[in-house]
Design a protein around this ligand. Sequence first.
Ligand SMILES: [Ca+2]
Ligand SMILES: [Ca+2]
Length: 218
Amino acid sequence: MVAKSKILSLLLLLLFTFSLSAQDLEPIKIDLPEPMFVGTPTNLSVPNLEKPLGKPRPPFLAPKGTKNVALGKAVSSTDEFPIIGELEMVSDGENNADDGYFVELGPFTQHVTIDLEKQYSIYALVVWHFHKQARVYFDVVIQTADDPDFTKNVKTIFNNDIDNSSGLGKGKDKHYVETAEGKLIDAKGVKGRFVRLYSKGNNSNDLNHYVEVSVYGK
Ligand SMILES: [Ca+2]
Ligand SMILES: [Ca+2]
Protein backbone atom coordinates (compact mmCIF):
# COMPACT_ATOMS: atom_id res chain seq x y z
CA MET A 1 0.00 0.00 0.00
CA VAL A 2 2.76 2.39 1.08
CA ALA A 3 4.83 1.59 -2.00
CA LYS A 4 1.82 2.15 -4.26
CA SER A 5 1.05 5.63 -2.90
CA LYS A 6 4.75 6.50 -3.13
CA ILE A 7 4.81 5.55 -6.79
CA LEU A 8 1.63 7.51 -7.37
CA SER A 9 3.00 10.68 -5.81
CA LEU A 10 6.22 10.28 -7.79
CA LEU A 11 4.18 9.99 -10.98
CA LEU A 12 2.20 13.09 -10.06
CA LEU A 13 5.42 14.99 -9.41
CA LEU A 14 6.78 13.95 -12.82
CA LEU A 15 3.54 15.00 -14.50
CA PHE A 16 3.66 18.37 -12.73
CA THR A 17 7.29 18.99 -13.73
CA PHE A 18 6.51 18.02 -17.30
CA SER A 19 3.50 20.38 -17.55
CA LEU A 20 5.64 23.24 -16.19
CA SER A 21 8.34 22.82 -18.81
CA ALA A 22 5.71 22.27 -21.51
CA GLN A 23 4.53 25.83 -21.00
CA ASP A 24 7.21 27.32 -23.26
CA LEU A 25 8.70 30.60 -22.20
CA GLU A 26 10.36 33.14 -24.46
CA PRO A 27 11.77 36.64 -23.97
CA ILE A 28 9.21 39.38 -24.55
CA LYS A 29 10.07 41.70 -27.43
CA ILE A 30 10.67 45.28 -26.27
CA ASP A 31 11.67 47.81 -28.93
CA LEU A 32 13.94 50.22 -27.09
CA PRO A 33 14.29 53.85 -28.13
CA GLU A 34 17.56 55.77 -28.49
CA PRO A 35 18.95 56.74 -25.09
CA MET A 36 19.23 60.50 -24.54
CA PHE A 37 21.91 60.25 -21.87
CA VAL A 38 24.56 57.71 -20.93
CA GLY A 39 24.47 55.85 -17.63
CA THR A 40 22.13 56.45 -14.74
CA PRO A 41 23.00 59.24 -12.31
CA THR A 42 23.13 58.21 -8.68
CA ASN A 43 23.52 61.68 -7.20
CA LEU A 44 19.82 62.61 -7.27
CA SER A 45 18.53 63.70 -3.87
CA VAL A 46 15.53 61.38 -3.87
CA PRO A 47 14.88 59.08 -0.91
CA ASN A 48 14.38 55.33 -1.34
CA LEU A 49 16.05 55.40 -4.76
CA GLU A 50 16.79 52.13 -6.55
CA LYS A 51 20.42 51.52 -7.48
CA PRO A 52 20.89 51.34 -11.26
CA LEU A 53 21.69 47.88 -12.59
CA GLY A 54 24.81 49.23 -14.37
CA LYS A 55 24.19 46.99 -17.39
CA PRO A 56 21.36 46.32 -19.84
CA ARG A 57 18.26 44.75 -18.33
CA PRO A 58 18.23 40.95 -18.75
CA PRO A 59 15.55 39.49 -21.06
CA PHE A 60 12.16 38.96 -19.42
CA LEU A 61 10.65 35.53 -19.99
CA ALA A 62 6.92 35.04 -20.47
CA PRO A 63 4.75 32.30 -22.00
CA LYS A 64 5.13 32.04 -25.78
CA GLY A 65 2.77 34.35 -27.64
CA THR A 66 2.83 37.09 -24.98
CA LYS A 67 2.74 40.48 -26.72
CA ASN A 68 1.99 44.13 -26.09
CA VAL A 69 -1.79 44.04 -25.73
CA ALA A 70 -1.99 47.78 -24.95
CA LEU A 71 -0.86 48.80 -28.45
CA GLY A 72 -3.42 51.16 -29.97
CA LYS A 73 -5.92 50.65 -27.13
CA ALA A 74 -8.05 53.52 -25.77
CA VAL A 75 -6.57 55.67 -22.99
CA SER A 76 -8.54 57.78 -20.52
CA SER A 77 -7.19 60.03 -17.78
CA THR A 78 -7.98 62.25 -14.82
CA ASP A 79 -6.67 65.00 -17.11
CA GLU A 80 -8.72 64.73 -20.29
CA PHE A 81 -7.17 67.85 -21.79
CA PRO A 82 -3.42 67.37 -21.56
CA ILE A 83 -1.15 70.43 -21.47
CA ILE A 84 1.04 68.95 -24.21
CA GLY A 85 0.30 66.04 -26.54
CA GLU A 86 -2.59 63.60 -26.71
CA LEU A 87 -3.63 60.66 -24.52
CA GLU A 88 -3.32 58.35 -27.57
CA MET A 89 0.45 58.80 -27.31
CA VAL A 90 0.45 56.53 -24.23
CA SER A 91 -0.33 53.45 -26.34
CA ASP A 92 0.74 54.37 -29.89
CA GLY A 93 3.86 52.18 -29.82
CA GLU A 94 6.24 55.17 -30.06
CA ASN A 95 8.63 55.40 -27.12
CA ASN A 96 10.99 58.04 -28.51
CA ALA A 97 12.09 60.58 -25.87
CA ASP A 98 11.94 63.61 -28.15
CA ASP A 99 9.47 66.49 -28.06
CA GLY A 100 6.25 65.54 -29.80
CA TYR A 101 6.19 62.01 -28.36
CA PHE A 102 5.03 62.58 -24.79
CA VAL A 103 1.79 63.66 -23.19
CA GLU A 104 1.98 66.14 -20.30
CA LEU A 105 -0.74 65.94 -17.66
CA GLY A 106 -1.50 68.47 -14.95
CA PRO A 107 0.01 68.61 -11.45
CA PHE A 108 -0.77 66.54 -8.34
CA THR A 109 -1.94 62.92 -8.51
CA GLN A 110 -3.08 62.03 -12.03
CA HIS A 111 -3.62 58.74 -13.76
CA VAL A 112 -3.97 57.24 -17.19
CA THR A 113 -6.13 54.15 -17.73
CA ILE A 114 -5.80 51.77 -20.66
CA ASP A 115 -8.73 49.58 -21.68
CA LEU A 116 -7.28 46.33 -23.04
CA GLU A 117 -10.82 45.51 -24.33
CA LYS A 118 -10.82 42.08 -22.72
CA GLN A 119 -9.23 40.29 -19.79
CA TYR A 120 -5.65 39.15 -20.27
CA SER A 121 -3.08 37.36 -18.18
CA ILE A 122 -0.54 40.14 -17.75
CA TYR A 123 3.09 39.11 -17.34
CA ALA A 124 4.91 42.44 -17.56
CA LEU A 125 4.35 46.13 -17.95
CA VAL A 126 6.93 48.60 -19.24
CA VAL A 127 6.40 52.32 -18.64
CA TRP A 128 8.34 55.26 -20.03
CA HIS A 129 7.21 58.44 -18.27
CA PHE A 130 9.85 60.76 -19.71
CA HIS A 131 13.40 59.79 -20.54
CA LYS A 132 14.92 62.87 -22.13
CA GLN A 133 16.47 63.64 -18.73
CA ALA A 134 17.20 61.41 -15.77
CA ARG A 135 14.02 61.97 -13.77
CA VAL A 136 12.26 60.33 -10.89
CA TYR A 137 8.45 60.27 -10.78
CA PHE A 138 6.71 60.17 -7.43
CA ASP A 139 3.85 58.02 -6.15
CA VAL A 140 3.97 55.64 -9.09
CA VAL A 141 1.11 53.24 -8.43
CA ILE A 142 0.03 50.71 -11.06
CA GLN A 143 -3.17 48.71 -10.77
CA THR A 144 -5.23 46.31 -12.85
CA ALA A 145 -8.98 45.73 -12.62
CA ASP A 146 -11.91 44.19 -14.45
CA ASP A 147 -14.00 47.39 -14.61
CA PRO A 148 -13.23 51.00 -15.62
CA ASP A 149 -14.11 52.30 -12.13
CA PHE A 150 -11.60 50.00 -10.46
CA THR A 151 -14.02 48.30 -8.07
CA LYS A 152 -13.73 44.71 -9.35
CA ASN A 153 -10.68 42.49 -8.97
CA VAL A 154 -8.34 45.41 -8.26
CA LYS A 155 -4.70 44.34 -8.03
CA THR A 156 -1.74 46.60 -7.33
CA ILE A 157 1.35 45.50 -9.24
CA PHE A 158 3.62 48.43 -8.30
CA ASN A 159 3.52 51.11 -5.62
CA ASN A 160 6.37 53.40 -4.57
CA ASP A 161 4.20 55.84 -2.60
CA ILE A 162 6.03 55.07 0.63
CA ASP A 163 4.14 57.69 2.70
CA ASN A 164 0.67 57.10 1.14
CA SER A 165 0.44 60.74 0.02
CA SER A 166 -1.65 59.67 -2.99
CA GLY A 167 -4.05 57.77 -0.70
CA LEU A 168 -3.89 54.42 -2.50
CA GLY A 169 -2.04 52.66 0.28
CA LYS A 170 1.55 52.56 1.41
CA GLY A 171 3.88 51.11 -1.20
CA LYS A 172 7.06 49.11 -0.74
CA ASP A 173 8.62 49.61 -4.17
CA LYS A 174 11.53 51.95 -4.74
CA HIS A 175 11.85 55.20 -6.62
CA TYR A 176 13.75 54.75 -9.88
CA VAL A 177 15.42 56.90 -12.52
CA GLU A 178 13.73 57.06 -15.93
CA THR A 179 15.89 55.72 -18.74
CA ALA A 180 15.41 54.67 -22.38
CA GLU A 181 14.90 51.09 -21.14
CA GLY A 182 11.70 52.11 -19.40
CA LYS A 183 10.66 50.55 -16.10
CA LEU A 184 9.73 46.90 -16.36
CA ILE A 185 7.32 45.61 -13.78
CA ASP A 186 6.81 41.88 -13.30
CA ALA A 187 3.01 41.50 -13.22
CA LYS A 188 3.24 37.77 -12.42
CA GLY A 189 0.37 36.76 -14.70
CA VAL A 190 -2.26 38.92 -12.97
CA LYS A 191 -5.60 38.86 -14.79
CA GLY A 192 -7.25 42.13 -15.71
CA ARG A 193 -8.82 44.21 -18.48
CA PHE A 194 -8.03 47.74 -17.32
CA VAL A 195 -4.58 49.02 -16.40
CA ARG A 196 -4.20 52.26 -14.45
CA LEU A 197 -0.99 54.16 -13.76
CA TYR A 198 -0.84 56.91 -11.17
CA SER A 199 1.92 59.44 -10.55
CA LYS A 200 2.32 62.66 -8.62
CA GLY A 201 4.85 64.86 -10.33
CA ASN A 202 8.57 64.29 -10.55
CA ASN A 203 11.82 65.59 -9.09
CA SER A 204 12.06 68.33 -11.72
CA ASN A 205 8.45 69.66 -11.79
CA ASP A 206 4.92 68.95 -10.48
CA LEU A 207 3.62 67.65 -13.80
CA ASN A 208 3.02 64.10 -14.98
CA HIS A 209 4.23 62.64 -18.26
CA TYR A 210 3.92 59.53 -20.40
CA VAL A 211 5.88 58.57 -23.48
CA GLU A 212 4.55 55.00 -23.65
CA VAL A 213 3.05 52.14 -21.65
CA SER A 214 3.42 48.57 -22.96
CA VAL A 215 1.40 45.80 -21.35
CA TYR A 216 2.66 42.31 -22.13
CA GLY A 217 -0.19 39.85 -21.91
CA LYS A 218 -1.77 36.81 -23.44
CA1 LIG B 1 4.01 56.79 -27.24
CA1 LIG C 1 4.35 59.87 -1.68
